[in-house]
Write a protein that binds this ligand. Structure first.
Ligand SMILES: *Cc1c(COP(=O)(O)O)cnc(C)c1O
Length: 333
């Protein structure tokens, strides 16, 4: 599609990512078949969905002549880790402003997982305890970089703006092509949602192809359901305007708010069951913050008869965070 081809893009991801069958998990859930789109295998720095977004964001950063990337996230942000890796690959400096907000975390949360990798990729990490402190730190970093003659490219949380969402418009085309080649009807995609750029990109990408695909997005982020719905509407409006896609052609998107548990980054029993079931049935790793809760949603919906054969789980990555949840995910005895 024209808007995709015309956009500057950095080659960061291994594409296409595999589309695999999960026959043993399907059988356990009473589904005739179940597939996984392996966006945990995008390749860069541990993989995940942010790499597709970063191809377009880094493309634009380069086109603007930036030398430094700056972005935001939680302490265990996969987006921050993939941005740090993308900066290393693109030869750019990287500043991460991480907000320490998750309650009741264990010691590994502040030392291991994504945070350990951010340091390995050479990012400058600033940890703050509020959004106000993040805004102040951001201003200081930009001023210092500019004083040093370096142009800063600021990437929003989750890489979720119209430029980043192009990565998932592209993924919608990629997935359609794979399903067509396998003669697989593309009817339902289940995935996790936080900043909703992935969801908005997918929905716009299917609409651009006039394909009606049901998308089930499991809220893993926002206790206030209305707020997530508003965020999604805004992201969707941005990307449909950017592409010139008719908003009316967007297919059915179901936001599910019943698998978040006690909040963002807080483990739930259903998440743990989903991570274990998937690991033991398929040798496939999920994560405790995003894909574990999304799979908990898929499992509950399959058991309730709300999903049919041929459903596709979009695996958005996040596996490094497993190691920041040693106590929550380790042996119980
Ligand atoms: C960021 C992230 C998501 C959510 O993607 P959004 O576009 O922010 O909604 C899902 N899964 C993982 C592993 C992520 O890191």
């Amino acid at each position: 599609m024209k808007a995709l081809e015309a956009s500057p893009r950095a080659a960061l991801a291994l594409r296409p990512t595999p589309l695999e069958a999960m026959p043993r998990l399907a059988a356990k859930l009473g589904l005739g078949s179940l597939y996984v789109k392996r966006d945990d295998c995008t390749g860069l720095g541990g993989g995940g969905n942010k790499t597709r977004k970063l191809e377009f964001l880094v493309g634009e950063a380069r086109a603007q002549g930036a030398q430094t990337l700056l972005t935001f996230g939680a302490l265990q942000s996969n987006h921050a880790r993939q941005t740090a890796a993308a900066a290393a690959r693109a030869g750019l400096a990287c500043h991460l402003v991480l907000v320490d907000l998750v309650r009741d975390r264990e010691p590994a949360y502040t030392t291991s997982g994504n945070l350990l990798l951010d340091h390995l990729f050479g990012a400058e990490v600033t940890i703050v305890d509020s959004d106000a402190a993040a805004a102040l730190a951001t201003r200081r970093i930009i001023e210092a970089e500019q004083a040093g003659g370096r142009r800063v490219y600021v990437i929003p949380t989750g890489g979720s703006n119209a430029i980043g969402a192009l990565g998932y418009v592209d993924c919608a085309f990629e997935l359609s092509g794979q399903c067509d080649a396998l003669d697989l009807a593309l009817h339902t995609v289940v995935t996790a949602a936080s900043t909703t750029g992935t969801l908005a990109g997918l929905a716009a990408g299917f609409a651009a192809q006039q394909r009606e695909v049901r998308i089930v997005a499991v809220n893993v982020y926002e206790m206030d359901a209305t707020k997530l719905e508003r965020t999604f509407s805004e992201r969707l409006a941005e990307i449909t305007t950017h592409l010139g896609v008719e908003a009316a052609s967007i297919g059915p998107v179901e936001l599910r708010h019943d698998f978040l548990g006690a909040g963002y980054g807080i483990p739930s029993a259903a998440m743990r069951e989903a991570v274990e079931l998937t690991a033991r049935a398929e040798g496939l790793l999920l994560d405790p913050v995003y894909t574990g809760k999304a799979m908990a949603g898929l499992i509950a919906m399959a058991r309730a008869g709300e999903l049919s054969a041929g459903t596709i789980f979009l695996h958005t990555g996040g596996v490094p965070a497993l190691f920041a949840y040693r106590e929550a995910m380790g042996p119980t005895s």
